[in-house]
Design a protein around this ligand. Structure first.
Ligand code: NDP
Length: 306
Protein backbone atom coordinates (compact mmCIF):
# COMPACT_ATOMS: atom_id res chain seq x y z
CA UNK A 1 0.00 0.00 0.00
CA UNK A 2 1.10 3.56 -0.67
CA UNK A 3 0.34 6.39 1.72
CA UNK A 4 1.05 10.09 2.05
CA UNK A 5 2.19 11.25 5.49
CA UNK A 6 2.48 14.75 6.87
CA UNK A 7 6.12 14.95 8.03
CA UNK A 8 5.95 18.51 9.28
CA UNK A 9 3.07 20.73 10.28
CA UNK A 10 2.52 23.52 7.75
CA UNK A 11 4.29 26.75 8.44
CA UNK A 12 2.05 29.07 6.40
CA UNK A 13 1.17 27.69 2.94
CA UNK A 14 1.96 23.92 2.57
CA UNK A 15 5.15 22.93 0.67
CA UNK A 16 6.19 19.76 -1.20
CA UNK A 17 8.64 18.88 1.60
CA UNK A 18 5.81 18.77 4.17
CA UNK A 19 4.55 15.49 2.65
CA UNK A 20 6.25 12.08 2.35
CA UNK A 21 5.18 9.11 0.20
CA UNK A 22 5.59 5.73 1.97
CA UNK A 23 5.14 2.13 0.79
CA UNK A 24 4.19 -0.56 3.31
CA UNK A 25 2.93 -4.17 3.54
CA UNK A 26 -0.62 -4.48 4.92
CA UNK A 27 -1.72 -7.44 7.07
CA UNK A 28 -4.28 -9.92 5.67
CA UNK A 29 -7.79 -8.88 6.79
CA UNK A 30 -9.04 -10.69 9.92
CA UNK A 31 -12.60 -11.95 10.34
CA UNK A 32 -14.98 -8.98 10.16
CA UNK A 33 -12.44 -6.87 8.22
CA UNK A 34 -12.21 -5.78 4.57
CA UNK A 35 -9.31 -4.67 2.37
CA UNK A 36 -10.02 -1.36 0.64
CA UNK A 37 -8.57 0.03 -2.58
CA UNK A 38 -8.85 3.73 -3.37
CA UNK A 39 -10.62 4.71 -6.58
CA UNK A 40 -11.04 8.47 -6.03
CA UNK A 41 -9.44 10.41 -3.20
CA UNK A 42 -10.02 13.75 -1.62
CA UNK A 43 -9.81 14.66 2.04
CA UNK A 44 -12.67 12.14 2.34
CA UNK A 45 -11.69 9.21 0.16
CA UNK A 46 -14.00 6.89 -1.70
CA UNK A 47 -12.80 3.30 -1.91
CA UNK A 48 -13.82 -0.10 -3.23
CA UNK A 49 -13.64 -3.35 -1.24
CA UNK A 50 -11.13 -5.77 -2.80
CA UNK A 51 -11.04 -8.45 -0.06
CA UNK A 52 -13.73 -9.06 2.54
CA UNK A 53 -14.21 -11.06 5.70
CA UNK A 54 -17.16 -8.85 6.68
CA UNK A 55 -20.59 -9.85 5.28
CA UNK A 56 -21.82 -6.23 5.37
CA UNK A 57 -19.26 -5.22 2.71
CA UNK A 58 -19.00 -7.80 -0.09
CA UNK A 59 -16.04 -7.65 -2.51
CA UNK A 60 -16.70 -5.00 -5.17
CA UNK A 61 -18.89 -2.79 -2.98
CA UNK A 62 -18.14 0.94 -2.91
CA UNK A 63 -17.80 2.93 0.30
CA UNK A 64 -16.71 6.35 1.56
CA UNK A 65 -14.04 6.10 4.26
CA UNK A 66 -11.82 8.38 6.32
CA UNK A 67 -8.65 6.31 6.09
CA UNK A 68 -6.42 9.15 4.94
CA UNK A 69 -4.35 9.60 1.78
CA UNK A 70 -3.78 5.87 1.19
CA UNK A 71 -4.03 3.62 -1.84
CA UNK A 72 -5.11 0.64 0.33
CA UNK A 73 -6.19 0.15 3.92
CA UNK A 74 -7.76 -2.49 6.16
CA UNK A 75 -10.96 -1.60 8.01
CA UNK A 76 -13.33 -3.34 10.43
CA UNK A 77 -16.18 -1.49 8.72
CA UNK A 78 -17.09 0.90 11.55
CA UNK A 79 -15.69 3.95 9.70
CA UNK A 80 -17.23 3.07 6.31
CA UNK A 81 -20.32 4.58 4.67
CA UNK A 82 -21.69 2.49 1.82
CA UNK A 83 -22.57 4.36 -1.39
CA UNK A 84 -26.39 4.34 -1.94
CA UNK A 85 -27.49 0.91 -3.15
CA UNK A 86 -29.54 2.38 -6.04
CA UNK A 87 -26.85 4.82 -7.26
CA UNK A 88 -27.77 5.42 -10.95
CA UNK A 89 -25.36 3.77 -13.37
CA UNK A 90 -25.09 6.94 -15.48
CA UNK A 91 -23.87 9.08 -12.54
CA UNK A 92 -20.11 9.04 -11.89
CA UNK A 93 -19.30 7.55 -8.50
CA UNK A 94 -16.75 10.32 -7.92
CA UNK A 95 -19.73 12.64 -7.31
CA UNK A 96 -20.18 10.76 -4.01
CA UNK A 97 -17.24 12.89 -2.83
CA UNK A 98 -18.70 16.10 -4.27
CA UNK A 99 -22.15 17.38 -5.24
CA UNK A 100 -23.86 14.11 -4.29
CA UNK A 101 -21.81 13.65 -1.13
CA UNK A 102 -20.52 15.57 1.85
CA UNK A 103 -19.96 18.96 0.12
CA UNK A 104 -23.39 18.84 -1.56
CA UNK A 105 -25.06 17.92 1.73
CA UNK A 106 -23.21 20.80 3.40
CA UNK A 107 -24.77 23.16 0.84
CA UNK A 108 -28.25 21.69 1.28
CA UNK A 109 -28.23 21.71 5.10
CA UNK A 110 -26.72 25.21 5.26
CA UNK A 111 -29.56 26.47 3.07
CA UNK A 112 -32.48 24.51 4.48
CA UNK A 113 -31.60 23.91 8.12
CA UNK A 114 -29.45 26.93 9.02
CA UNK A 115 -30.64 29.75 6.75
CA UNK A 116 -34.21 28.57 6.09
CA UNK A 117 -33.89 30.28 2.69
CA UNK A 118 -37.24 31.43 1.27
CA UNK A 119 -38.36 32.09 -2.31
CA UNK A 120 -37.49 35.57 -3.67
CA UNK A 121 -34.79 36.18 -1.05
CA UNK A 122 -31.32 37.38 -2.07
CA UNK A 123 -28.42 35.09 -1.16
CA UNK A 124 -24.67 35.74 -1.20
CA UNK A 125 -22.15 32.89 -1.37
CA UNK A 126 -18.34 33.16 -1.52
CA UNK A 127 -15.84 30.54 -2.79
CA UNK A 128 -18.86 30.11 -5.06
CA UNK A 129 -17.17 28.02 -7.77
CA UNK A 130 -15.91 25.49 -5.23
CA UNK A 131 -17.37 22.14 -4.21
CA UNK A 132 -19.82 23.54 -1.64
CA UNK A 133 -20.35 27.01 -3.12
CA UNK A 134 -21.52 26.01 -6.59
CA UNK A 135 -24.16 23.68 -5.12
CA UNK A 136 -25.29 26.43 -2.71
CA UNK A 137 -25.96 28.76 -5.65
CA UNK A 138 -27.74 26.11 -7.69
CA UNK A 139 -30.02 25.02 -4.83
CA UNK A 140 -30.85 28.68 -4.12
CA UNK A 141 -31.87 29.06 -7.79
CA UNK A 142 -34.03 25.92 -7.53
CA UNK A 143 -35.74 27.64 -4.57
CA UNK A 144 -36.49 30.74 -6.65
CA UNK A 145 -33.97 33.12 -5.10
CA UNK A 146 -31.66 35.81 -6.43
CA UNK A 147 -28.08 34.50 -6.14
CA UNK A 148 -24.83 36.46 -6.00
CA UNK A 149 -21.51 34.60 -6.02
CA UNK A 150 -17.87 35.62 -5.72
CA UNK A 151 -14.88 33.63 -6.95
CA UNK A 152 -11.19 34.11 -7.65
CA UNK A 153 -10.88 34.01 -11.46
CA UNK A 154 -12.73 35.18 -14.57
CA UNK A 155 -13.14 31.56 -15.72
CA UNK A 156 -14.89 30.78 -12.43
CA UNK A 157 -17.14 33.84 -12.80
CA UNK A 158 -18.10 32.70 -16.31
CA UNK A 159 -18.92 29.24 -14.93
CA UNK A 160 -21.16 30.73 -12.23
CA UNK A 161 -23.09 32.66 -14.91
CA UNK A 162 -23.42 29.41 -16.88
CA UNK A 163 -24.93 27.80 -13.78
CA UNK A 164 -27.58 30.53 -13.58
CA UNK A 165 -26.16 32.79 -10.85
CA UNK A 166 -27.81 36.21 -11.25
CA UNK A 167 -24.63 38.09 -10.43
CA UNK A 168 -21.04 36.92 -10.08
CA UNK A 169 -17.75 38.78 -9.71
CA UNK A 170 -14.02 38.13 -9.35
CA UNK A 171 -13.18 39.29 -5.84
CA UNK A 172 -9.47 39.46 -6.75
CA UNK A 173 -9.87 42.02 -9.54
CA UNK A 174 -12.82 44.22 -8.52
CA UNK A 175 -11.58 47.69 -7.57
CA UNK A 176 -13.64 47.60 -4.35
CA UNK A 177 -15.22 44.54 -2.73
CA UNK A 178 -17.72 46.77 -0.96
CA UNK A 179 -18.86 48.36 -4.25
CA UNK A 180 -19.04 44.96 -5.98
CA UNK A 181 -21.30 43.60 -3.23
CA UNK A 182 -23.49 46.73 -3.33
CA UNK A 183 -23.77 46.76 -7.13
CA UNK A 184 -24.71 43.07 -7.27
CA UNK A 185 -27.57 43.53 -4.79
CA UNK A 186 -28.40 47.18 -4.07
CA UNK A 187 -31.35 45.91 -2.02
CA UNK A 188 -28.96 44.07 0.37
CA UNK A 189 -28.68 40.38 1.27
CA UNK A 190 -31.22 38.34 3.23
CA UNK A 191 -28.85 35.40 3.53
CA UNK A 192 -25.07 34.90 3.39
CA UNK A 193 -23.50 31.44 3.00
CA UNK A 194 -20.02 32.10 4.37
CA UNK A 195 -17.08 29.93 3.24
CA UNK A 196 -14.18 32.38 3.39
CA UNK A 197 -14.08 34.51 6.59
CA UNK A 198 -11.49 37.21 7.28
CA UNK A 199 -11.60 40.40 5.20
CA UNK A 200 -14.49 39.22 2.98
CA UNK A 201 -16.74 38.71 5.94
CA UNK A 202 -15.83 42.08 7.48
CA UNK A 203 -16.87 43.82 4.25
CA UNK A 204 -19.94 41.65 3.55
CA UNK A 205 -21.72 41.96 6.91
CA UNK A 206 -22.67 45.64 6.52
CA UNK A 207 -24.30 44.70 3.17
CA UNK A 208 -26.83 42.45 4.92
CA UNK A 209 -30.46 43.50 5.28
CA UNK A 210 -31.82 44.07 8.76
CA UNK A 211 -32.63 40.65 10.31
CA UNK A 212 -30.33 38.97 7.76
CA UNK A 213 -29.14 35.40 8.40
CA UNK A 214 -25.59 34.10 8.03
CA UNK A 215 -24.59 30.43 7.83
CA UNK A 216 -20.92 30.14 8.78
CA UNK A 217 -19.72 27.07 6.91
CA UNK A 218 -15.99 27.75 6.50
CA UNK A 219 -13.19 30.26 6.88
CA UNK A 220 -10.73 29.18 4.19
CA UNK A 221 -8.93 32.53 3.99
CA UNK A 222 -7.68 32.02 7.56
CA UNK A 223 -6.70 28.30 7.53
CA UNK A 224 -2.99 28.93 6.78
CA UNK A 225 -2.58 31.81 9.20
CA UNK A 226 0.43 31.21 11.46
CA UNK A 227 -1.23 33.14 14.29
CA UNK A 228 -5.00 33.41 14.71
CA UNK A 229 -6.55 36.65 13.45
CA UNK A 230 -7.82 39.07 16.05
CA UNK A 231 -10.67 41.33 14.96
CA UNK A 232 -12.04 43.57 13.75
CA UNK A 233 -15.05 41.79 15.21
CA UNK A 234 -18.35 42.63 13.50
CA UNK A 235 -20.28 43.09 16.74
CA UNK A 236 -21.58 46.58 15.98
CA UNK A 237 -22.86 45.49 12.56
CA UNK A 238 -24.48 42.41 14.14
CA UNK A 239 -26.27 44.64 16.64
CA UNK A 240 -27.31 47.47 14.33
CA UNK A 241 -28.57 45.08 11.63
CA UNK A 242 -29.95 42.58 14.19
CA UNK A 243 -28.30 39.73 12.30
CA UNK A 244 -28.45 36.04 13.11
CA UNK A 245 -25.22 34.08 12.59
CA UNK A 246 -24.88 30.32 13.08
CA UNK A 247 -21.88 28.09 12.57
CA UNK A 248 -22.53 24.49 11.54
CA UNK A 249 -21.02 21.20 10.43
CA UNK A 250 -23.00 19.10 8.02
CA UNK A 251 -22.91 15.93 10.18
CA UNK A 252 -25.54 17.48 12.51
CA UNK A 253 -28.19 16.25 10.03
CA UNK A 254 -26.54 12.92 9.16
CA UNK A 255 -29.81 11.07 9.84
CA UNK A 256 -31.32 12.88 6.83
CA UNK A 257 -28.53 11.91 4.40
CA UNK A 258 -30.26 9.04 2.53
CA UNK A 259 -33.36 11.13 1.78
CA UNK A 260 -31.26 14.24 0.97
CA UNK A 261 -28.98 12.38 -1.45
CA UNK A 262 -32.04 10.98 -3.26
CA UNK A 263 -33.41 14.52 -3.67
CA UNK A 264 -30.10 15.76 -5.02
CA UNK A 265 -29.79 12.89 -7.49
CA UNK A 266 -33.33 13.80 -8.60
CA UNK A 267 -32.22 17.40 -9.29
CA UNK A 268 -29.18 16.09 -11.15
CA UNK A 269 -31.31 13.86 -13.35
CA UNK A 270 -33.80 16.68 -14.03
CA UNK A 271 -30.89 18.87 -15.17
CA UNK A 272 -31.42 21.36 -12.32
CA UNK A 273 -28.10 20.53 -10.65
CA UNK A 274 -24.97 20.57 -12.81
CA UNK A 275 -21.88 18.85 -11.46
CA UNK A 276 -18.42 19.85 -12.57
CA UNK A 277 -15.32 18.27 -11.06
CA UNK A 278 -11.63 19.16 -11.01
CA UNK A 279 -9.90 15.79 -11.43
CA UNK A 280 -6.16 15.25 -10.89
CA UNK A 281 -4.81 11.91 -12.16
CA UNK A 282 -2.49 9.79 -9.99
CA UNK A 283 -2.00 9.05 -6.31
CA UNK A 284 1.48 10.60 -6.52
CA UNK A 285 -0.14 13.97 -7.19
CA UNK A 286 -2.16 14.18 -3.92
CA UNK A 287 -0.05 16.98 -2.34
CA UNK A 288 -0.08 18.97 -5.61
CA UNK A 289 -3.87 18.59 -5.82
CA UNK A 290 -4.25 19.70 -2.18
CA UNK A 291 -2.03 22.76 -2.62
CA UNK A 292 -3.87 23.58 -5.85
CA UNK A 293 -7.15 23.62 -3.89
CA UNK A 294 -5.73 26.12 -1.40
CA UNK A 295 -4.47 28.24 -4.32
CA UNK A 296 -7.96 28.14 -5.87
CA UNK A 297 -7.11 26.08 -8.99
CA UNK A 298 -10.35 24.06 -8.82
CA UNK A 299 -13.73 24.68 -10.38
CA UNK A 300 -16.15 22.31 -8.61
CA UNK A 301 -15.02 19.51 -6.32
CA UNK A 302 -11.31 18.66 -6.42
CA UNK A 303 -10.72 14.87 -6.52
CA UNK A 304 -7.76 12.65 -7.31
CA UNK A 305 -8.40 9.64 -9.55
CA UNK A 306 -6.08 6.86 -8.38
P1 NDP B 1 -13.59 24.55 -2.49
O1 NDP B 1 -13.80 23.54 -3.54
O2 NDP B 1 -14.46 25.75 -2.40
O3 NDP B 1 -12.07 25.01 -2.63
C1 NDP B 1 -11.58 26.03 -1.89
C2 NDP B 1 -11.77 27.37 -2.63
O4 NDP B 1 -11.65 28.41 -1.68
C3 NDP B 1 -10.68 27.61 -3.64
O5 NDP B 1 -10.99 27.06 -4.89
C4 NDP B 1 -10.60 29.14 -3.67
O6 NDP B 1 -11.47 29.65 -4.67
C5 NDP B 1 -11.17 29.56 -2.32
N1 NDP B 1 -10.10 30.17 -1.52
C6 NDP B 1 -8.93 29.65 -1.17
N2 NDP B 1 -8.21 30.52 -0.45
C7 NDP B 1 -8.97 31.63 -0.34
C8 NDP B 1 -8.78 32.89 0.26
N3 NDP B 1 -7.66 33.19 0.92
N4 NDP B 1 -9.77 33.80 0.18
C9 NDP B 1 -10.91 33.50 -0.48
N5 NDP B 1 -11.14 32.32 -1.09
C10 NDP B 1 -10.18 31.40 -1.02
O7 NDP B 1 -13.62 23.87 -1.05
P2 NDP B 1 -14.91 23.24 -0.38
O8 NDP B 1 -16.12 23.55 -1.18
O9 NDP B 1 -14.61 21.84 -0.05
O10 NDP B 1 -15.01 24.06 0.98
C11 NDP B 1 -15.54 25.38 1.02
C12 NDP B 1 -15.59 25.83 2.48
O11 NDP B 1 -16.52 25.04 3.20
C13 NDP B 1 -14.25 25.68 3.20
O12 NDP B 1 -14.09 26.79 4.05
C14 NDP B 1 -14.44 24.41 3.99
O13 NDP B 1 -13.61 24.37 5.12
C15 NDP B 1 -15.91 24.49 4.35
N6 NDP B 1 -16.59 23.23 4.63
C16 NDP B 1 -17.36 23.17 5.77
C17 NDP B 1 -18.11 22.05 6.04
C18 NDP B 1 -18.99 22.06 7.23
O14 NDP B 1 -19.61 21.04 7.54
N7 NDP B 1 -19.09 23.18 7.92
C19 NDP B 1 -18.05 20.85 5.19
C20 NDP B 1 -17.25 21.04 3.99
C21 NDP B 1 -16.53 22.19 3.74
P3 NDP B 1 -11.32 31.13 -5.25
O15 NDP B 1 -10.60 31.00 -6.56
O16 NDP B 1 -12.71 31.58 -5.40
O17 NDP B 1 -10.52 31.92 -4.26
Amino acid sequence: AKSWTLVKHFDGFPKDGDFQLKVEELPEPNDGEVLLEAVFLSVDPYMRVVQSKNPEFPVGSHVVSNSGWRSHSVSDGTDLTPIMADWPSDVSLSLALGSIGMPGLTALYGIEEVLGLQQNETLLVNAAAGAVGNVVGQIAKIKGCKVVGSAGSDAKVAYLKELGFDEAFNYKTVPSLEEALKNAAPEGYDCFFENVGGYFSTVALPQMKTFGRIAVCGSISTYNDGTPQTGPYPHMTMIVKQLKMEGFTQNRWQHKNPESLKRMIGWLQEGKLKCREHITEGFENMPAAFMGLLRGDNIGKAVVAV
